[in-house]
Design a protein around this ligand. Structure first.
Ligand SMILES: [Fe+2]
Ligand SMILES: [Fe+2]
Length: 192
């Protein structure tokens, strides 16, 4: 039997997984940006794509500082999240509804990354890899900020726009019907 792996081995393994995830995400973020209609949302995805390239550089720096080969290992987790995002893009949705769903897809990825970097920072600190911990923490902050920005856009109008469009569909009242003409507040009509 081979020698048992250590936390250091698993740390390197996680770094490789995350390195691959970031590479997958550069392609995914470009697609999310392209599919966005709201200019602020497109800008948010594009600027996070720039940041992601910096995050890849940081990981390369970390591998080098630990005398490890710069190499990725296929990240199945992010691949699944990206796959789900792609199937959203294939849906036939109005622009604002699509934007709301693109935000949802983007935030799934950000939370996955926050979990990964949270662990990496903690492990690096525990093993005394101070420089790596510092770099990983910088990336963790960027992921949190990207997530927060997406929440701000969703809650700052995109979700409401999509929600209003959903209700407009259900009410089936002629466009321009008198304002306040009894919008039902009794919940969803179970549209599929
Ligand atoms: Fe990232
Ligand atoms: Fe990210």
């Amino acid at each position: 039997m081979a020698e048992a792996g250590t936390l250091h081995d698993m740390f390197i393994d996680e770094l490789r997984d995350t390195y691959d995830a970031e590479k997958q995400l550069t392609k995914a973020l470009a697609k999310l940006a392209k599919a966005s209609s709201n200019p602020k949302l497109r800008q948010a995805f594009e600027s996070h794509l720039q940041e992601t390239q910096g995050q890849i550089d940081r990981l390369e720096q970390i591998f080098e500082s630990l005398d490890e080969k710069v190499r990725g290992k296929h990240c199945d987790g992010i691949a699944g999240i990206i796959e789900e995002g792609k199937s959203i893009m294939d849906e036939d949705l109005d622009e604002t509804t699509m934007d709301a769903c693109l935000i949802a897809a983007g935030q799934r990825a950000e939370h996955y990354e926050m979990a990964a970097y949270g662990t990496l920072v903690a492990w690096a600190q525990a093993m005394g890899h101070t420089e790596a911990a510092k770099l990983l923490q910088q990336t963790l902050e960027e992921e949190k900020a990207a997530d927060k920005k997406l929440s701000g856009l969703a809650e700052g109008g995109i979700n409401q726009g999509a929600a209003d469009a959903a209700h407009a569909d259900e009410d089936e009242e002629p466009v321009g019907a008198a304002a306040g003409s009894g919008r039902k507040s009794s919940g969803k009509a179970g549209r599929r």
